[in-house]
Structure formats: structure tokens, C-alpha cells
Ligand binder design. Sequence first.
Ligand code: GCB
Length: 596
Amino acid sequence: MLRPQDTATRDRRSLTGLWRFRADAEGVGRDERWFAAPLAGARDMPVPASYNDIVPGRELHDHVGDVWYQTDVRVPRGWADQRVVLRFDAATHRATVWVGETEVMSHEGGYTPFEADVTAHVTPGETVRVTAVVDNRLSWESIPPGVVVETAHGPRQKYMHDFFNYAGLHRPVWLYSTPTTFVADVTVVPGIEGDPTAERPTGTVAYDVAVAGEGAVRVRLLDAEGAEVTGAQGAAGTLTVPDAHLWAPGDGYQYDLVVEVLGADGALVDSYTQKVGIRTVEVRGTDFLINGRPFYFRGFGMHEDHTTRGKGHDDAEMVHDFELLDWIGANSFRTSHYPYAEEVLDYADAHGIVVIDETAAVGMNAAVGAVIGMTVDQVFSPDTVSERTREVHAQAIRELFARDKNHPSVVLWSISNEPESHTPESEEYFRPLFELARELEQHRPIGFVNVMYSPADVDRLMKYSDVVMINRYYGWYSDSADLAAAEANLEAELRQWEGHGKPIIMTEYGADTVAGLHDLSGSMWSEEYQEELLDVYHRVFDRVGAMAGEHVWNFADFQTSRGIVRVDGNKKGVFTRDRRPKAAAHLLRRRWTERG
Ligand code: GCB
């Protein structure tokens, strides 16, 4: 799905700001048609933001069920004869939207965009009411899964993943115009002819444009200075780019593919600009190659998580986080554990940061659930994570790939984090999803992230994966406080995974660390222990030839559900939640900036 854009033929109106908001604890708003009038008893709520931490008290923080958002927007006068589209960049976890009293769309899944053509329901120059009901409930048929337990004291949301179930309108909302004949989709697949390690090789850009309506397609490829490099007629083809300036880690060079639809008279009907980074990605043996060169991932699993706004996107926080990644010498991160805002991927593209892009399929694991605070006998069964869940998961994969397919920063997909992967049921569940991912993706590797409970001798899913991605907590959840044992066991396990003959990326390793807690005997939770533990892992990584990357868990401390294993959230951050460095930040900076 194309991102809204201002071009010669398109305009956007942002609906960010304060919306009217009301929690619907009784779940009566749909029957009472709250969309049909200005929301009674509403309070102000910022969009984008999670609603949970905006208001003091438990009521909104722990709300389970529907909340209502409403705003009024004046449709620009100049949009007469245009197609008008209403788009939500995300609504967590599902939403139904009305324009005036007309229901225009519903969407399942909290981290991908959805939109509707609302031309028939608006009048340019006039104001229209937009209402969205957003439901935060997780069930056996949502991604991620969860269970709402009805208690004498109200509903309680349980889940098996380790981050707080922030909800609401987390990303911008747009009203935008396009001509009635318009560019509906653009797909670009970059390539390199000959030796990809050459200084300025010949690049290729295979493109495919979907047009709604009748019109001829013309494409022009411009370099970063705006000079035309090449072009072509026709909705699909391959452009050749002599002396290409490649997109590469640390060099976010991009071309602009200007896509134009022309009328019978040759006049411009629609125009859309797609950024293109020319680079190749390949797994060869135990190497992960970008542009033919081995790439070693240095960085973090992250979270979209900040005080007050929760998972709400914010440009200041985003740029600051990227500046910290740069300061520490990280070259990559994983969008653990859900698709991040598109602004984040655009930024990564533009700055040459490499991304492992993950779906929201996290917490499909009873053993992990037991630690977090939800018990279930069997995760994969007809009554729990089932074929119906798989349909939702498949749709999440389709939507993620469709949204992010053109980002050069995305070099590897993760279709799930730490699912149970040692049982026949889990294999049966996942095999079709790997098949689907391969059908949808032609040029990037695909994988999933393996959990400590499924080592190489029992895991049944890694054979479907191009890269071995594993999260390990030797020295924390196992071999607690015993770093000598941790070192030996970690190395022994990595040697087993080496047997797969694939690149190994340690996608999580780390220790909960209370900022400011120091201890010269290196007790757990101290800054010293976090440093020592990271050193142990790094020594081992440097001995294992198949290692292709190290992502520390986590970039920053983050909020989780409440329980006996977390004190105000997960403290494995290398930065605190307000982004102050722990001692480990300096250790990583030394390692990652010297390694170059
Ligand atoms: C994991 C999970 C991550 C948790 C982390 C932890 O394996 O993938 O979501 O937050 O461990 O700190 O326990």
C-alpha cells in the first residue's frame, strides 16, 4: 500500500492533533451509535499516542475493550473531482471507522495501515466527522495472541509477550486526494549486474506499476541531485543504471523513481515518487552479503516505547533514537516485535541503517508465557493458536510485505519472534506461513527468531529459515549469575547451530540492569554485570566463524505488563527509558566503533 504523498497531482491533510476520546468500558458505543453525533462526555486525546499513560490512574492504563476517537476535518475546496482517501497509519489492534454516519472500513492488526475511498461521503469545502472505534483486546485470533479473562472485578487482558499492550491511534491519520485515475501501487526490485563489489557497478531497477483506470505509464529515474539518469514507458520493465551509486550500510543513497500516468492527450494525470536504493542481499554459506560484501549486524532489538506517549510515533524521539544508534556505532536493528512506523523505515533508508523487519507474531510460547504471567497448556491447538489464527498471521505477513517491500533498509524478514518451535503442531502451523512468505518475496531472505527452549537438536523450524536468528539468555534466565558456565554453554550451543551452515545472528542477549546500581562483586542487576555479560558473549561471538551479527536486548528499558518479574518494566536497556546511557553503552561504543 502506497504512503500518502504531496505531488503535482496529490495533496495530503494531516489529522494529527487532539481528538475527542471516550473509553467504552461497558462496550455499548456500537449499539448506541456513538459515531452518529459528537462524542458525549469526551476528553481530549492526542493523536498519535497510546492512550494508556496520558491520564493518571489505572482506568485507562488497564482498559480492556473499545475506545472511541473522533475529529472533524474540513475537506479542502480544491479537491472537487478528486478521489478522497481516509488513511490510518495504524490502529492498535483493530478498528472500525465512520465518516459521518457511514461505516467506511474495518481493519484487524495493530501495526499496519488501512484506508478507504471516502469520495462519496465527503463534500469538498465542507466539514465531515470522522469516528474510529479502536479495540485493544488480544485473543486466540489476534496477532499477537492473548486472552481476556472475565473476573468479578472486570475483564483482565493476559498475554505471553513481554511488552505492555499499548493501544490507540499510534501513528498519523491522513485525508488525501488523488486523481480518479491513479497510481495504485509501485513495486521496485533492485539488482546489480556483474561484480556487486565494484566501485560503481551497473545497477538495475525492475519496476511494476499498478494503475487504477486507463492511462499510459512513464517512469523516470532521478539521482539524488535530481538529474534524470534513465527512464522508460510502460507499466513494468527493468531500468539499467550505469555507474550506479549503491545503497549500502552507512550510505543511504537513494534514487527517485518518478512514476507518471499520462492521459490520451499526453497530459499528466497522476504522479507518484518512489524512492529506490540499489543494493543486493544474499545469503551465501554462513555469510550475509549486502552488495556482495559480508555484513555483520551490530545493534539492537528495539521497541516503539516512550514515557507518556507509549507507542505513539514522534519524530523527535525517533531522530534522537537514531542519533544514539549512530553514537554507539550500531549499523542495524530489528523491529522487535511488530512493524514500526513507516517514518522509521524511511529514516533507516535515508541513513543507511539496516533493518530486520518483524511481524507482530510474538508470544506464541507457553514457556515464555509462564514467565510473563499467562499459563496455557498448549499454545498450538484447535482451541488456542489455530488455523484461524494462521489466517490472521498470513494477512499480517501480506500487509507487512506489501507495506515495506520497497525499503532498501529491509534486508531480512522475521515472521515470528520466539514461537514454540519444537513440536509437530508448531511446524504444521508455520510451514504454510514460510511458504506464503517465499511466494510473496523474491529477493530477500526470510526467517524467524528461535527461543532458548528450542535448541538445535529439537527445533523443527530453522530448516525453513535462511538465517539462524536466536535469542539467548545464558547468564540471565539460565546460568544465572554464573558467567563462566554461561560462556561455555553459549559456545557449545552456537557450535551446534553452526551445523546448519547458515549465518547466525544473535537477535537478543542481555541482562536486566538497574541504572545506577553498582557492585564490585558483579551482582546481577548491576551495571557491572551487564558489562561482564556482554563481554562474555562478545568473546564467544568472535570465536564462532558463522556469526553474522549481534543485537543486544534491548536498546532501551521499556514498559511491560505488571507482575513479579518486572520492576516498572524490562530493564535490559543499554539506555534507560529516557535514553540515558548505562555503562554498557560505552562498552558497546568501544566495540562497535573500533570494529568499523
Ligand atoms: C525474549 C523476548 C523479549 C523479552 C526478553 C526478556 O526472549 O523475545 O520480548 O523482552 O526475552 O527480556 O525476557
